[in-house]
Structures are given as C-alpha cells and as structure tokens.
Write a protein that binds this ligand. Structure first.
Ligand code: HEM
Length: 271
C-alpha cells in the first residue's frame, strides 16, 4: 500500500480541489464579458477577491492550527498538503482577481505580497521536505546537546593525553579545543568553516604519529572531535535554512494580511 505523504494525501484530494478551483476561476474569467475592463470591481472580480481573501485567512490560520496540539480536526499532514495546493491555487485566483491591472497602489501591494508569500512558500518547500529527515539522520538518534557533551568529555581526555607531549602538540590541542561549531552566521549559512583548528590538529597529528607512537590516542581523540563537530555543523547549517525561510514566509504573510485589510477597507471607503 502506498503511504500518504504531503503530495498524495488522501489520494491527492487537495490537489483535486485546487485544480477545480483553478479551472472554474479560469473558465469564469475567459467567458466573463464585463462592460468595463476586467478588474477587481466586476462581479467576477468581487467573487474571486472574496475567495482569495478567505483563502488567505485560512492559509494564515495554519500557523494557529499548527500550535493546537490537542486539536483533532484533520491531521497536520493533511493541513500542510491543503496549505500547499490551495496556496498555489491562490496565485491563479489572485491574478485573475486583479484582471492583470497592476499599478503603484495598495491594491497591487496586496497582490505583490500574496505572490511573494506564495513564492517563499515554494522556495521553503524544498527545505521543508528534505531537511528535517536529514537533520535527525545526521545526529544519529542523539540530541545536539548530547553531542556537545561528548565534545566536552573528549576535550577533558585530550588535556590529560597531551600533558606529557611536546609544546607544539599542546598548542595544537589547545587551539583545537577553542574551535567551536561555527565562528559566525556567515559560515553557518555556507555550512563551511575556513581554517578549522580541529581539522588542522587532525592533519598535524596524523603526520606526527609516524614519528611519535604515543600520539595515536590523542589523534583518535581529535578525529572523534572533528566527527562530532561535523555532525553539529551539518545539523545547524540545515536548521539555519529551515528557520530562515519561515522567518521570511511568516512575516511576509502578516504584511500581506495588513495590505489585504488596507485594500478591502479602501475599496469600501471609495465604493
Ligand atoms: C498567501 C499564501 C500563503 C500564506 C498566507 C501562508 C502562510 C503561512 C503561515 C502563517 C504558516 C505558519 C508558519 C508557522 O507559524 O510556523 C505557513 C507555513 C508553511 N507554508 Fe505557507 N502560506 C502561503 C502559501 C504557501 C505556499 C504556496 C506554500 C508551498 C508551496 C507554503 C508552504 C508552507 C509550508 C511548507 C509551511 C510550514 C509548515 C510547517 O511548519 O509544518 N505556503 N504558511
């Protein structure tokens, strides 16, 4: 049996609704013969505008529904599936509502913000689909805090192991221990650390081990430290993008709500 996922949820029920909405709106637009140029002020314009506004309110409600853990009205996967398909259908409904009349005014601002919110939704979907699974795989059933604790234990061991070694080894280990996950947000965004001191320690010890036998334990220690750092780096890199896209998508949707209210009010004030 094929498992329900975000896209095929209940045999694509929300894709079907979204396509139906898109088709009905498009046919109505094609066959409508308004006496004035097609725009938001014809009967079809008002109808599409009302559907679009209701869709926006419902899409925003998802943020509330997501946090109602006790609510059992439809499961969250169904909600996300509906959010994606109906969110995409909104692009057609909103565009037809404008009648392709775009200008520098609050009405077009609402339209532009609608499209921008939908655009960020599509952009974020690629992260949303891949990253959570990869994040839990990379941590291998551990929490980030547990891996940090492992690094702390490794550092204590390294200090003991380096005690009787040369001053160069002690310096390399001290530098390595100062090496954190990411030095700044820029490297977290790229997921790469230039001149990683732990990586340098591993390279140095790998080379020195050929001369000094006693370095093998401390070498293993640094290899483990580097592995743990790399796990955390990958995890926080993915988390950066997951949080970043939502921190664009959600404020844009609130901006859209404000512009939508201004748009509706101005339409009724200048009726
Ligand atoms: C104007 C249209 C849209 C509005 C107003 C909107 C609004 C929202 C809001 C308020 C949230 C909740 C975020 C939170 O509180 O954490 C959200 C989440 C989300 N949206 Fe949208 N959205 C729109 C369109 C789209 C589209 C077209 C897509 C994808 C193609 C999309 C994909 C998502 C995803 C994947 C989430 C995260 C779900 C989760 O965290 O479980 N959105 N959106």
């Amino acid at each position: 049996m094929i498992q329900d996922n975000l896209f095929n949820y209940k045999r694509f029920v929300f894709l079907k609704w979204a396509l139906l909405l898109t088709l009905i709106s498009s046919f109505a637009y094609l066959f409508d013969q308004p006496r004035i140029n097609a725009n938001g002020g014809t009967w079809l314009g008002y109808t599409l505008g009302t559907i679009g506004a209701l869709l926006i309110l419902w899409l925003m409600w998802f943020g509330v529904r997501k946090r109602q853990y006790a609510n059992e009205s439809g499961n969250l996967r169904g909600w996300v599936s509906a959010h994606i398909y109906l969110g995409l259908a909104l692009s057609v409904v909103a565009t037809l509502h404008t009648g392709f009349q775009i200008g520098w005014n609050v009405h077009s601002l609402a339209y532009v913000l609608t499209m921008a919110t939908i655009g960020t939704g599509v952009w974020g979907l690629s992260f949303y689909l891949r990253y959570p699974a990869e994040m839990s795989n990379v941590l291998n059933r551990q929490s980030p805090e547990q891996i940090v604790a492992q690094i702390q234990t490794l550092d204590k061991d390294a200090q003991k192991l380096a005690k009787n070694e040369s001053s160069m080894v002690t310096r390399v280990i001290t530098n390595s221990q100062k090496q954190g996950i990411y030095p700044n947000r820029g490297s977290q965004r790229k997921g790469a650390v230039k001149n990683c001191a732990t990586e340098k320690a591993v390279e140095y010890l790998q080379h020195e081990m050929m001369r000094v036998d006693s370095l093998s334990e401390i070498y293993k220690n640094q290899v483990q430290r580097l592995r743990a750092l790399k796990q955390l780096r990958r995890y926080y890199h993915l988390r950066y993008w997951l949080e970043l896209w939502l921190s664009v998508h959600v404020p844009l949707s609130f901006g859209l709500l404000a512009a939508l209210i201004a748009h509706v009010l101005s339409v009724f004030i200048y009726w």
